[in-house]
Design a protein around this ligand. Structure first.
Ligand code: FMN
Length: 357
């Protein structure tokens, strides 16, 4: 089958990946209500086109924190790309570069961060969880800075990893050949220990993540890096205001792809609230449930500066390595281009809330 849209890649991944890996990739937390809601909410939003606009040339380009992107697309930080394909992050980084998209590397990438930087041809950001071991955290930040990463993305919705039933049922454990190579094996040891009825990933986070950090701790990190700081996992205007007050450089409206607190709204349903709260003080990105170019258009219309895409990139990677991951991003860009043309909005600057209705 020749994949024609993201759903074709999802189906291929479902048919080919091992059950425990598929469960880790596709699953969410709790009853997976938020997971389903992320995609369902996009489908509830309608578009209203303007006609008789010259749309021969459509330009999807945007600028984001000093980098230009061919389209407002990025790869969301996801752990362990080598779980689904031996080329892992080297393939997805190359794919993002070829598609003119941002790449956000996970703290738990299964590829050396310098090798990822060498394979990158576009902007590269590094995601962090706040570890109890601040020395290890800073060491990673320093290496990312030296390797040319352009921003740090601190994930703030995971003081601990939520219960994900699919992983608990499968007793999900990392295979020996896949590990978070940018952290020491001592730090990562719990994520490799199999135990019935326990997700190794969840147990690892409980032991290693620092659940005590608060807004006041951000200054500690800011004083130790010159990189812009992005907070990922903002869902309320109250936290968006605090992000502005604390000098954060950008926020990502995210519910971790429905993998953390189940029961929170779809990200696209709270995007406008966050955009309005920050009132242009900083760029607002969004992720979760983006599966079509029209979803990207809807997010842009609500004020998103860029959209991050998670699972679809790994479905593409699983299907055919770098080519599949790149095709997923290209499909989304081409679908966005088509949607912009059909809505009578030839540039991203023309896309505002009047597209919705
Ligand atoms: C397999 C997988 C691993 C993930 N790992 C991380 C991670 O290491 N750090 C992080 O901040 N978010 C992680 N996420 C969440 C994504 O960054 C993103 O928020 C989410 O996948 C977006 O939703 P989508 O998959 O519906 O596009 C992960 C998501 C998946 C599916």
């Amino acid at each position: 089958m020749n994949p024609l849209h993201v759903a074709d890649y999802a189906a291929a991944a479902k048919a080919t990946l091992a059950g425990d890996v598929l469960g880790y990739l596709d699953g969410g937390s709790g009853a997976e209500w938020t997971l389903r809601e992320n995609t369902a909410a996009y489908q509830r939003i309608r578009l209203r086109p303007r006609v008789l606009v010259d749309v021969e040339a459509v330009d999807t380009a945007v600028d984001l924190l000093g980098s230009s992107l061919t389209a407002p697309l990025g790869v969301a930080p996801m752990a362990y790309h080598r779980l689904v394909h031996p080329d892992g992050e080297l393939a997805t980084v190359a794919a993002a570069g070829a598609a003119g998209a941002l790449f956000v590397a996970s703290m738990f990438a299964s590829t050396d961060l310098v090798r990822m930087a060498d394979a990158a041809t576009g902007p590269l950001w590094m995601q962090l969880y706040w570890l109890r071991d601040r020395g290890a955290l800073l060491d990673l930040v320093g290496r990312a800075e030296r390797a040319g990463y352009r921003a740090l993305v601190l994930t703030v919705d995971a003081p601990k990893v939520a219960r994900r039933l699919r992983d608990l049922r499968s007793g999900f454990t990392l295979p020996a050949h896949v590990s978070a190579v940018n952290l020491t094996s001592e730090l990562m040891a719990p994520s490799h220990v199999a135990q019935a009825g326990v997700s190794a990933i969840e147990r690892h986070s409980r032991e290693r993540f620092d659940p005590t950090i608060t807004w006041a701790d951000l200054a500690w990190l800011r004083e130790r890096t010159r990189l812009p700081l992005v907070l990922k996992g903002i869902l309320t205007s109250a936290d968006a205001w605090l992000a502005v007050e604390h000098g954060v450089d950008a926020v990502v409206v995210s519910n971790h792809g429905g993998r953390q607190l189940d029961g929170v709204p779809a990200t696209v349903d709270v995007l406008a609230e966050v955009v309005d709260a920050v009132a242009g003080a900083l760029p607002v990105l969004v992720d979760g449930g983006v599966r079509r170019g029209t979803d990207v258009l809807k997010a842009l219309a609500l004020g998103a500066a860029t959209v991050l895409v998670g699972r679809p990139v790994l479905w593409g990677l699983a299907h055919s390595g770098a080519a599949g991951a790149e095709h997923v991003l290209t499909l989304l860009r081409e679908e966005l281009e088509e949607a912009m043309a059909l809505c009578g909005r030839p540039t991203t600057a023309d896309v505002d809330r009047s597209v919705l209705g």
